[in-house]
Design a protein around this ligand. Structure first.
Ligand code: ATR
Length: 302
C-alpha cells in the first residue's frame, strides 16, 4: 500500500492496482476471485475488469501502467498482443507465445508470463487427484489455448500427447514445436479412429458455439477423464459428451480459472491464496443458479 499527501495535509492510503483486460469482459469472474484472494491473505489491492478491444490494447496498457498499475491479466482476444507488448518474457511465456499476466518489474520494465498451463495442471493433479505421468493424453484444438498447456503437460511425463485439430496442419506444426520436450504428435480428428486416451482436454473454442468437435465413439479409455478448458453455469457441450461417453470424471475449467488466477496473484503478491475455498464458493453459486436457465455462452478462463 502507498500513501498520498493531499493539499490539505490529509494522508490518503492507496492500494496497488490490478486489472483484467479483454473483450467481452462483463461476465469475468476474475475481479471477484482476486478480491477474495486479497481478503483471505490480508492484501490491500484493487482489481477491476476493463473492456478493451484488440485495437486499443497497446494504448490502454500504456495508460494502465503509466498511472501506476502493478499487474494486468489479459484474456481473449488479447493474449498474443500481451505477449508481444512485454519487453521481458518468462520461459513459459516464450514457449506459449500468448500470455495472461503482465507485471511491472522494479526497473519499470514489463514482464509477461502465462499461468494458464500451470493452473490447468494444478487443477487436474491437486484438486482432482488425476495423475498425468504415464497417461495417454489428447488435446483437442491447436490455437492459443492449446499452445499454453502443452509444455506444462509434457513436464509431467505422460506416455503420449496427441494434439488433434480441425485444421490438420496447425496441429502438426504445433506439435513439432514441442518435440524436444516429450512424445507429442499432431493430427486431424479422423486420425483418432481406433485410438484411446486416458485424458481428453478440450481446448477448442467449439463450446462457445455450443458444439463439440467430431470425435469417434470409443475414444475414451475405460475410467478415462474429460476436461473442458471452458466453463459455464451449465455443463458445456464437451462435459456433456464426456458424461454420455461414461467418463470417470467430466470436468469443466472453473478450477483452472481459479488456479491460473492464484498463480498470477502469487507472482504479484508473493503469497499463495487458498484456491479450494474460492472454487467451493463459485461452485455453490452456480449450483444455486436456476436449473431451468438455458445458458449457451460458455466462457474461457477470464
Ligand atoms: P484460443 O485462443 O481460444 O485457442 P484460437 O486460437 O482461435 O482460440 O483457436 C481456436 C481453436 O478451436 C482452433 O484449434 C480451432 O480449430 P481451427 O484451427 O481448425 O480453426 C478450434 N475450433 C473452433 N471452433 C471449432 C469447431 N466448431 N470444431 C472444431 N474445432 C473448432
Amino acid at each position: 500500500m502507498g500513501s498520498l499527501e493531499s493539499k490539505k495535509g490529509i494522508t490518503m492510503t492507496i492500494s496497488d492496482r490490478y486489472a483484467v483486460f479483454g473483450q467481452p469482459i462483463k461476465h469475468s469472474k476474475s475481479p471477484r476471485i482476486h478480491r477474495i484472494f486479497a481478503e483471505q491473505t490480508g492484501q490491500s489491492l484493487s482489481y477491476d475488469a476493463q473492456e478493451v478491444p484488440a485495437k486499443q490494447f497497446s494504448a490502454a496498457t500504456d495508460v494502465f501502467f503509466a498511472e501506476g498499475g502493478k499487474g494486468l491479466n489479459c484474456t481473449v482476444p488479447l493474449k498474443e498482443l500481451a505477449w508481444a507488448y512485454a519487453g521481458k518474457k518468462t520461459a513459459r511465456a516464450e514457449l506459449s507465445k500468448a500470455v495472461n499476466t503482465l507485471t511491472v518489474q522494479p526497473d519499470g520494465s514489463i514482464l509477461s508470463d502465462n499461468t494458464d498451463g500451470c493452473g490447468l495442471v494444478s487443477d487436474l493433479m491437486i484438486n482432482h487427484g488425476i495423475s498425468l505421468a504415464g497417461a495417454r493424453i489428447l488435446i483437442l484444438g491447436a490455437g492459443g489455448a492449446s499452445r499454453g498447456i502443452i509444455a506444462p503437460i509434457l513436464e509431467q511425463s505422460p506416455q503420449s500427447l496427441v494434439i488433434a485439430n480441425r485444421t490438420i496442419d496447425k496441429a502438426v506444426n504445433l506439435a513439432s514445436e514441442f518435440h524436444d520436450k516429450g512424445r507429442v504428435s499432431g493430427c486431424g480428428f479422423a486420425a483418432l479412429n481406433k485410438q484411446q486416451f486416458d485424458l481428453i482436454l478440450n481446448a477448442t473454442s467449439a463450446s462457445l458455439s455450443d458444439s463439440v468437435p467430431p470425435l469417434p465413439e470409443h475414444l475414451l479409455a475405460e475410467n478415462g477423464i474429460c476436461y473442458d478448458l471452458a466453463y459455464g453455469n451449465q455443463p458445456t457441450p464437451f462435459v456433456r459428451w464426456g458424461i454420455e461417453h461414461h467418463a470417470a470424471k467430466s470436468l469443466d475449467g472453473l478450477g483452472m480459472l481459479v488456479e491460473q488466477a492464484a498463480e498470477a496473484f502469487f507472482i504479484w503478491r508473493g503469497v499463495r491464496p487458498d484456491t479450494q475455498a474460492v472454487i467451493e464458493v463459485l461452485n455453490a453459486e452456480r449450483k444455486a443458479s436456476s436449473p431451468f436457465e438455458t445458458i449457451t455462452t460458455n466462457k474461457k478462463y477470464v
